[in-house]
Design a protein around this ligand. Structure first.
Ligand SMILES: [Ca+2]
Ligand SMILES: [Ca+2]
Ligand SMILES: [Ca+2]
Length: 464
C-alpha cells in the first residue's frame, strides 16, 4: 500500500535521488566503481529510495498512467477484507480459511509475524500432506484435510483443527564469548473437525515479503538453471537445485520460483492459490472450495467468487511493487561487512545480482540489473530447519534461498525481526546461526568471526 499521493511521492523520489547523487558527489575519499554505484539500485530502474514504513509498498517508479491505475486497482484488491455475507461486497470468505485479506498476512507488503507462545497463528499457516505424491509429483493431500490446514471458519462451519504454538529455547556462545539463543517452534494440533489424520506431515510457513517479485519472475530461466550444481561437481559443498512444479495455466511442469520451497511457478498462480487456500475464495485457476468434499464444507459455493479482472489486477500489483534502494552502502563498516559476506560464502546461495531478460511486452521489467541476493534454487539447510515434508523436487530438508533485498527495513515496515520460513529467528544473527547442511561452512565462517566482524556483516545485511 502506498504512503503518499502519487505526485507527492514522485517529488519525494526526486529529492531522494538528488540527495543520493549529492552524497555521491561529496564523497571524494572513496571513489566508487560503476558496479558499486549500481548496487544502490537494488531493483534496477524499479528502485525507490524510501526507507519508512511504506518502503515495501511503492509502485514501480516508471509505470505509465494506465499501468499505475491497474496497480492501484490491485492495491485495493490486495487490501480488500472478505466476508461471508452474500449481500456485501467481497463476499465468498471460507467456509474455512486462514485469514481475511492478502494484506492481513503480508503486512505493509512485507512479511508476517511468528505467533508468540499461546498466540493465534495470524500470518503463519500450516501446509500439510501425507507420504507419496499427487498426479503431478506435488504433495499428496491429506484425506479430508487437503494440502493446507485452515484453522478458522465462517459461522456455521467447523475449522479443520485448532493449532497452538510454543517454543523451546537453547542458549549458545560464539567462540569469542558472546552469547545468543535459538528457539524451536512446536505446533500442537487438536480439536479436529473429523477423525484426526494419520501420518500427516506439517510445514509451517510465515507470510513472505511481496515486493520485487515481478523482477524475480523476469529472470531468465537459463540464468537460474546455470547456477545448479546438483551433484556438487565443483566440490564446494553447495549443490543448489531448481524446483520443477505444476503450472496450472500452462498445463505443464515449470521452474518453481515462489514460496519458501519454490513450490509456485508464477505470481498469478501463487495469488490464485492464496485466494483459494488462505481465504476460501474460488477463482478461475482454483474453481473448487478448499472444503469441497469435506463434511464441514456443505456451504461450499459452486460459483466463481473472484472475478478474473481482480485476480489479474492483484497479481499485477505484486508484480509491479518496487524494491527499496540501499542505505549507507558507502560506509566503511558496511563495505567491510560486504567483503565478509562474500568471504564466508554467503554469496554462493544469496547470489548478489542478475540481469532480467529482455521483455518487449513489459519494458519496466526488461533488462534490469537487480541485486536480489538469491539464486532461487533450493538447498539442503540441515536437520535444524527441516520440515521433513517434500514439495515437488524440494525434499524435507531443502528450502529456496530467500532474497535479502530490503531485509534491513523489516523492523521499520513490520515492527519485528522474525526471519526464516516459520519466523523462528528473532534477529539476523539467529537467522544465520540456524543455517546448516549446505550452508554449514558459511555458518561456521560467520560464527568464527570476531564480534566486530560479525557486527560489520550484520550492518551490511541491514543496508540491503
Ligand atoms: Ca468461498
Ligand atoms: Ca484444508
Ligand atoms: Ca557446488
Amino acid at each position: 500500500m502506498k504512503l503518499q499521493h502519487p505526485k507527492y511521492r514522485i517529488k519525494v523520489i526526486a529529492i531522494l535521488v538528488a540527495l543520493v547523487a549529492f552524497v555521491f558527489a561529496c564523497r571524494k575519499a572513496v571513489p566508487l566503481s560503476d558496479s558499486e554505484q549500481n548496487e544502490w539500485y537494488s531493483g534496477g530502474m524499479q528502485t525507490v529510495f524510501i526507507s519508512g514504513s511504506g518502503a515495501y509498498g511503492q509502485p514501480f517508479p516508471t509505470l505509465s498512467k494506465e499501468k499505475q491505475e491497474l496497480h492501484e486497482l490491485g492495491d485495493v484488491g490486495f487490501g480488500a477484507i472478505f466476508n461471508s455475507d452474500p449481500k456485501q461486497r467481497n463476499y465468498g470468505l471460507g467456509p474455512i480459511f486462514n485469514h481475511v485479506s492478502c494484506a492481513s498476512c503480508h503486512i505493509g507488503d512485507g512479511r508476517g509475524k511468528a505467533p508468540e507462545t499461546g498466540e493465534a497463528l495470524g500470518s503463519l499457516l500450516l501446509r500439510i500432506s501425507v507420504p507419496g505424491t499427487d498426479p503431478h509429483g506435488g504433495p499428496k493431500p491429506v484425506p479430508f484435510y487437503g494440502g493446507q490446514l485452515q484453522q478458522r471458519s465462517i459461522f456455521g462451519a467447523a475449522a479443520e483443527a485448532d493449532v497452538t504454538v510454543s517454543y523451546t529455547e537453547k542458549s549458545y556462545q560464539f567462540p569469542d564469548g558472546e552469547s545468543y539463543a535459538l528457539r524451536t517452534p512446536v505446533y500442537t494440533l487438536s480439536n479436529y473437525y473429523t477423525t484426526g489424520p494419520g501420518n500427516m506431515m506439517v510445514s509451517a510457513r510465515m507470510a513472505a515479503p511481496v515486493f520485487g517479485l515481478g523482477l524475480l519472475e523476469a529472470i531468465n530461466e537459463m540464468d537460474i538453471l546455470a547456477l545448479q550444481d546438483i551433484n556438487d561437481q565443483d566440490g564446494d559443498g553447495i549443490s543448489g537445485k531448481a524446483n520443477r512444479v505444476w503450472d496450472i495455466e500452462k498445463n505443464e511442469m515449470n521452474l518453481g520460483r515462489f514460496g519458501w520451497k519454490a513450490g509456485q511457478p508464477s505470481l498469478i498462480q501463487q495469488s490464485a492459490a492464496a485466494y483459494n487456500q488462505d481465504m476460501g475464495i474460488t477463482n478461475r485457476l482454483f474453481p473448487e472450495e478448499s472444503s469441497l468434499g469435506q463434511t464441514q464444507g456443505n456451504l461450499a459455493s459452486s460459483i466463481q467468487e473472484l472475478s478474473d479482472s481482480t485476480l489479474y489486477a492483484v497479481a499485477y500489483y505484486v508484480k509491479s511493487l518496487a524494491v527499496p534502494g540501499r542505505r549507507r552502502a558507502n560506509e566503511p563498516l558496511i563495505q567491510q561487512g560486504k567483503i565478509l559476506f562474500n568471504q564466508t560464502g554467503c554469496n554462493s546461495c544469496h547470489v548478489p545480482s542478475f540481469r532480467t531478460a529482455a521483455n518487449m511486452a513489459f519494458p519496466e521489467l526488461s533488462n534490469q540489473l537487480i541485486y536480489p541476493y538469491t539464486d532461487l534454487l533450493v538447498h539442503d539447510m540441515g536437520n535444524g530447519l527441516a520440515d521433513n515434508r517434500p514439495e515437488f523436487l524440494a525434499n524435507g530438508t531443502e528450502w529456496r534461498t530467500p532474497p535479502l533485498w530490503g531485509i534491513g527495513l523489516s523492523k521499520i515496515v513490520n515492527g519485528h525481526n522474525n526471519f526464516l520460513h516459520d519466523g523462528r529467528a528473532r534477529s539476523l544473527t539467529e537467522a544465520i546461526m540456524w543455517h546448516g547442511g549446505e550452508a554449514e561452512k558459511a555458518k561456521s565462517g560467520f560464527e568464527n568471526l570476531n564480534t566486530q566482524e560479525r557486527k560489520a556483516l550484520i550492518a551490511f545485511l541491514e543496508s540491503l
